[in-house]
Design a protein around this ligand. Sequence first.
Ligand SMILES: [Zn+2]
Length: 104
Amino acid sequence: MSDPVSSTPAQRLVGGLWCGDVLAGLPDYLEGRLEAPTLAAVEAHIAGCDWCARFGGAYASVVGALTEQLAEPEPVGREVADRLDAALDAGLDAGPGGGLDGAG
Ligand SMILES: [Zn+2]
């Protein structure tokens, strides 16, 4: 079993938080969901811990890139477009009958 936190080069206690605490709170920190006291402690830690500052910056850029990527609509492939076209044509052909001259 490998614990991701144990792979950090050094566990430091800065601003009342350990590096592990900061890493665990990174997602909430980036989404602005941390309570004010916790937020202040995390920022104090990052200000005094170059490793967390670098890791946090890299993490934020990766999450930002992923979020942008996922927000973009997936381009529809040509094959899908062709099949959609065919399905629409078939639907029109097989549509409910009934001519305009039915009445009378
Ligand atoms: Zn740290």
